[in-house]
Design a protein around this ligand. Structure first.
Ligand SMILES: Cc1cc2nc3c(=O)[nH]c(=O)nc-3n(C[C@H](O)[C@H](O)[C@H](O)COP(=O)(O)OP(=O)(O)OC[C@H]3O[C@@H](n4cnc5c(N)ncnc54)[C@H](O)[C@@H]3O)c2cc1C
Length: 490
């Protein structure tokens, strides 16, 4: 149920022609009671509080701003675009019957995402199971396979897997195949933030495929696993982090927020109130040992603001466009120049029925089509005959092309898609990247841990600034780290 706070209540009654004066004190006091923590709370700034500018109002910037505000610091969050949330974006416009879809971040796990789960509880947000990875139909070399088929030794044998792989895959999911060969290597890591000194420092220029090969992977497994371009040191570290967090490589059980994941950035933004300035792109940063000065645009006019610290929560490719004086030191500049991202388009199809049921199919499909990677249902809890389906594909794909690509490979008779929406992330002005990619071969020492190290008065948070590139998890973890770093500076 939506909680109404006093400000909303007064606003709505005044819009309806009533004035606050007709409300009895009782009504006023009951409305002003914080019924849950989604009602903005007052966090007074402490006398020794610091003045902090947070760059970017994505989930990391909002979370960092909220945590700093809670600790009594004076916070201003500057956001370039007209909305907060960044890559956490829930859309209803263009969809019928109350359907909605997350055009950006869409799922969380458990274990994992502990901070996200805590915030959801704190702000009374409902987490729903999200069955998108259950009963998946996988299209491999043009043919669809159910999970059952992919556990069948005769099917596995036809793919060319060896006896050990066949036994493993008949008991485990396909995306976990790496572990057949990497598991013995992972136990050496003991600290998930320390990839060095555990015996693999010489493996950063070795492809992980070489490890699979050395451990006896078949040609079929090598083809499926890939890894020619992936650093063995980086990949073993990545897998070890997941193991330490108690997670499979590709968790099947995932979750999302009811009403869309943007409910969490919205909750942070509501707490921060006027501290968040939208339409305020940062254009220049000047910093020295005493503080920072930030130039930004407001109604197109240049403004300046000074502070004790800057918490950068803008992805590095967008951050690099901001003029920095003096320039960052070479090791930090290397990070800015070499952190790589992907960027793609999100598709949402609205259909008038669950057409796949007539064809006796699951709608959770890995389509492996160059223009549409997969499809699954969202907003399943909305009570309507209509459905919203999501998929993704390369940037620049039109809605018509996305539907046509789906139709090229859909294994059933016919669909009931009535419209399609596309969010083309690469063409966004401020949020043109999607997710940080794995570190390139041979670059681990130059990128880690420099990517999350502060430089003078500038601190670095965001989905890029943590050990695992797990979007909202890394964003909230790094945001908390930076809030704590700044808070603890004497
Ligand atoms: C299609 C898609 C699917 C995803 N799926 C998942 C998922 O299932 N689970 C998951 O956890 N994560 C997922 N992610 C990743 C996740 O959305 C992001 O990693 C996360 O939202 C990034 O948060 P952030 O705050 O670090 O950065 P952002 O969200 O990018 O926020 C940065 C903000 O900075 C602003 N900005 C940029 N330049 C300036 C400037 N000059 N001045 C002021 N502001 C500026 C931007 O407008 C933006 O609002 C997905 C992402 C996409 C795109």
């Amino acid at each position: 149920m939506k909680q109404v706070n006093r400000r909303d209540f007064l606003k709505s009654t005044m819009v309806a022609g009533l004035s606050s004066s007709i409300l009895t004190p009782d009504i006023l006091s009951s409305q002003s009671k914080p019924e849950n923590v989604t009602t903005p709370q007052v966090f007074p700034t402490k006398p020794a509080g610091k003045k902090v500018i947070v760059a970017g109002a994505g989930i990391a910037g909002l979370c960092c701003g909220y945590e700093l505000m809670k600790r009594g610091h004076e916070v201003t969050v500057l956001e370039g675009s007209p909305r907060h949330g960044g890559h956490v974006l829930t859309v209803r416009d263009g969809l019928s019957d109350g359907l909605y879809a997350d055009f950006g971040a869409e799922n969380i796990t458990q274990p994992g995402y502990e901070l996200f789960w805590n915030y959801a509880k704190q702000f009374n947000l409902t987490v729903l199971p999200y069955p998108k990875r259950e009963n998946v139909l996988r299209r491999i070399k043009g043919q669809f396979y159910s999970e059952e088929m992919l556990r069948d030794p005769t099917v596995l044998k036809k793919f060319g897997f060896n006896a050990r792989e066949i036994k493993y895959l008949s008991e485990n999911d396909w995306p976990e195949l790496d572990l057949l060969y990497t598991k013995p290597y992972l136990t050496k890591f003991t600290d998930e933030y320390q990839p060095f000194g555990v015996g693999y420092d010489n493996l950063d220029t070795t492809p992980i495929a070489n490890i699979f090969r050395k451990e006896g992977a078949s040609k079929a497994a090598l083809e499926f696993l890939g890894g020619q371009e992936t650093s063995a040191q980086f990949e073993l570290w990545r897998q070890a982090i997941l193991q330490m967090r108690g997670l499979p490589l590709y968790p099947k059980k995932v979750f999302r927020l009811q009403n869309g994941n943007q409910s969490l950035p919205n909750a942070f933004a509501k707490q921060l109130g006027e501290r968040v300035k939208l339409n305020s792109p940062i254009t220049a940063i000047r910093h020295d040992p005493k503080g920072v000065m930030v130039k930004y645009l407001e109604f197109g006019k240049e403004k300046e603001i000074t502070a004790d610290f800057l918490a950068n929560c803008i992805p590095l490719p967008a951050f690099s466009k901001i003029t920095m004086t003096p320039a960052l030191p070479p090791e930090k500049q290397y990070v800015l120049d070499h952190i790589a991202y992907d960027s793609y388009a999100r598709f949402v199809f609205q259909a008038s029925s669950k057409f796949w049921l007539k064809d006796n199919l699951s709608i959770n499909m890995e389509l492996n089509h160059p223009e549409i990677g997969g499809i699954w249902q969202v907003a399943e809890e909305i009570d309507t005959h209509r459905v919203a389906l999501m998929g993704m594909g390369p940037g620049g794909t039109t809605p018509q092309r996305a539907v046509a690509a789906f139709r090229e490979v859909y294994p059933g008779k016919q669909d009931t898609i009535e419209q399609a929406l596309v969010k083309d992330w690469p063409s966004e002005k401020y949020a043109f990247t999607c997710e940080r990619l794995n570190f390139a071969m041979g670059s681990l020492k130059k990128l880690w841990p420099h990517v999350m190290r502060p430089h003078g008065r500038i601190h670095f948070a965001g989905a890029y600034a943590d050990n695992l590139n797990w979007g909202m998890e890394a964003a909230t973890r790094s945001a908390n780290r930076v809030a704590q770093e700044i808070d603890q500076i004497g």
